[in-house]
Design a protein around this ligand. Structure first.
Ligand SMILES: *Cc1c(COP(=O)(O)O)cnc(C)c1O
Length: 220
C-alpha cells in the first residue's frame, strides 16, 4: 500500500541535499502509482521492459520514466519512444543501440552509466576503468542522440554501514574525478541510494535516490 507519510518524510529529508526522488514502482499497480502522482510525484523508475512500456501507455503522459533494470540491446526499441533516462547503461554496445533507437524516434535519451562497486557478483555494471574509457573515448562525440548525464551505483547488500559509506564515497570521488577531466559538459546526476541506504547515500553526495519499498511496501 502506498504510504504518503513515508513519501512526505523522504521528500523532507532530501530537501536540504537538493536530491531528487525516483519512486521505484516495479511490480506495483497503476492505482498505487496514481496515489503518489496525485501527491505531485512525476519521476518513476521501473526494471522490466514490458512493465514500463504498458504502464507508460496507461498512466499520465507527464510522468518521467526512468529505466533502472538490466537492459538487453534487443529490447531498447520498446522503450526508446518514451523513456526519459536509462540509468542502467552497462556497455558501450548498449549505448550504441540506444543512440540508434533514439535516432529512429527523433529523440535524445538521457543515460547514466552504471558502476559495479558492490561485493555481489550478481549485480551488473562497469568498472571505474571502463567508465573512464567510455567518457574519454573519441567515439562518444559521434553519439548525437544520447546524453550521458551521470552515474548510477548500488552499494553492497550489508548491514555494515561503514562499508556502504566507503562504497558511496568512492563513487562520489570518481564522479568528481571524471568531471575534473571532462572540463566541459560535466556530469550532473549521481544516482545512489535505495530504501535501506538513501540517507547514507545523500550524505556521501548522491543527488538522486531510487526508492521503492519504503513508498509502496515490500515487493512479493
Ligand atoms: C528495485 C530497485 C530499487 C529500489 O529498491 P528498494 O529497496 O525497494 O527501495 C532501486 N534501484 C534499483 C536499481 C532497483 O532495481
Amino acid at each position: 500500500m502506498t504510504s504518503l507519510k513515508a513519501y512526505n518524510n523522504i521528500l523532507k529529508y532530501l530537501q536540504p541535499f537538493s536530491a531528487k526522488l525516483i519512486a521505484v514502482s516495479k511490480t506495483k499497480m497503476q492505482g498505487e502509482i496514481l496515489v503518489l502522482y496525485g501527491a505531485g510525484q512525476r519521476a518513476f523508475g521501473e526494471s522490466y521492459v514490458q512493465e514500463i512500456k504498458s504502464k507508460s501507455e496507461l498512466l499520465p503522459k507527464d510522468i518521467e520514466w526512468h529505466f533502472i533494470g538490466h537492459l538487453q540491446t534487443n529490447k531498447v526499441k520498446y522503450i526508446a519512444p518514451f523513456i526519459h533516462t536509462i540509468q542502467s547503461v552497462d556497455s558501450f554496445k548498449l549505448l550504441l543501440e540506444i543512440n540508434k533507437e533514439a535516432q529512429k524516434n527523433k529523440r535524445v535519451i538521457n543515460c547514466l552509466l552504471q558502476l559495479h562497486i558492490a561485493k555481489e557478483e550478481t549485480k551488473f555494471g562497469l568498472s571505474f576503468e571502463e567508465v573512464r574509457e567510455i567518457m574519454m573515448g573519441k567515439l562518444l562525440n559521434k553519439l548525437t542522440q544520447v546524453k550521458i548525464t551521470g552515474l548510477m551505483a548500488m552499494a553492497s547488500l550489508t548491514d555494515d554501514e561503514n562499508l556502504i559509506h566507503s562504497e558511496f564515497h568512492s563513487v562520489k570521488a570518481f564522479f568528481d574525478e571524471i568531471n575534473t577531466a571532462l572540463k566541459e559538459l560535466p556530469l550532473t546526476t549521481l544516482s545512489m541510494g535505495m530504501s535501506s541506504d538513501y540517507k547514507i547515500a545523500v550524505e556521501e553526495g548522491s543527488n538522486m535516490v531510487r526508492i521503492g519499498s519504503l513508498l509502496f511496501g515490500e515487493r512479493k
